[in-house]
Write a protein that binds this ligand. Sequence first.
Ligand code: ZN
Ligand code: ZN
Length: 443
Amino acid sequence: MALSELLGTTFECRCGRTHHVPIRELVYTHDALDSLGDVLERCLGDARSRHAAVVADARTWEICGERAQEALQKAGLRTSRVVVADRGARSPMCDDGTCRTLIEQLRPVQPDLVVAAGSGVVNDLSKWASFELKIPYVVVATAASMNGYSSANVAPTVAGVKMLIEAKPPLAVIAEPTVIERAPRQMTTAGFGDTIAKHQSNGDWIMNSLLLGEYHCAFCAGIVSEIEPLYLDHPERIGRGEPEAVRGLFEALFWTGTAMTLVGSSTPASGGEHLLSHTLDMMAESRGETHDLHGRQVGVGTLLSAALFERVLAMENPDTGTFPPVVEEGVWGASSVASAVREQYEAKRPKLELLRERIRRKDLWDQVRTRVAAEVKPPETIRDWLTRAGGATCAADVGCSRQRIRSAILHMHEIRKRPTIIDVAWLTGVLPGALDDILDQWL
Ligand SMILES: [Zn+2]
Ligand SMILES: [Zn+2]
């Protein structure tokens, strides 16, 4: 069955759960914007009597926002233009303050729905604000830069901490191939970094299911296997913006985001590799500095995760003597951030105790070594993919000094309660011992 047939359906899965795909339509065609009125009619019915707020930032308004508004007006909808303001010379970010401002911009307009025109930040802010206002949203995508279009979650910074907030996915994701192909190359390679992370994040997921007995869904974990050859067989085609490769990447981002929605958590597409990106964001934001794109940092995190998996899985009988260090307040700047981080870390401790015990069980560990090794990719492969696609491959590429990335790696395990390869690397003594070797060889 083609993946597109799953849109809008509910189905019984081999994992034992019933999955529901709330997104009704994925439109990736040259006349996608012209079809906006028809898409809304199919998704909502009686679309012409509705009032749509088109949300964009200054750049995405030019790219798609204005045309989206015209298409909606042509289809008979009432529309309002809502532009998310820049932060001085910098583009907007997705945090609680910006979302509040957007809600204040939307409230007097009283829209029936939000049409987001943009990528990461505009999509997340629109998803969050429309969820708070209890109205549906659809997104007109401007780049294949991340997998958040189809996820139910928003990943904002709240009081300095990278959070995951439950919201609702869009009714439809709409994109024009020429817009996505012409997006800045850094954004497309960021999307590539976010997508290849799934091999490593699934390694974390399988490891947690074997060692901690946690739920795992093979269907959701492997949802993009059939699309993968389009962008992974020849990653340089991503770098060149070739239509087939970019379409494959866009669809892979859509379906990995959907997998998170199906499972109800970020587990299928976000593991230890993502923690590096979140930590770098938090460290930069707490110092008022800028950071690189999510997916570019995730690509580098994926390389780190691969290097850690390689060393951990090479151990036949790991000794689990080392415990990850407790939260170090100074690293997190504000004490409110440190206490939020501490809460996550404390919630993880019982699982770490259990992991320490289970890793020592030879039968379990042998299974982990076989099944996880079959899923994760070696660091050579990850670096080759990233290099050929023209993505970021090392700390310097994402604007990090050795000291900054070193500090991020030493503290990234503190920010989330779900265990990952980072924790297992600590428990088995790979961290901190091999950190400098890994930095020298890979980052
Ligand atoms: Zn399932
Ligand atoms: Zn991501």
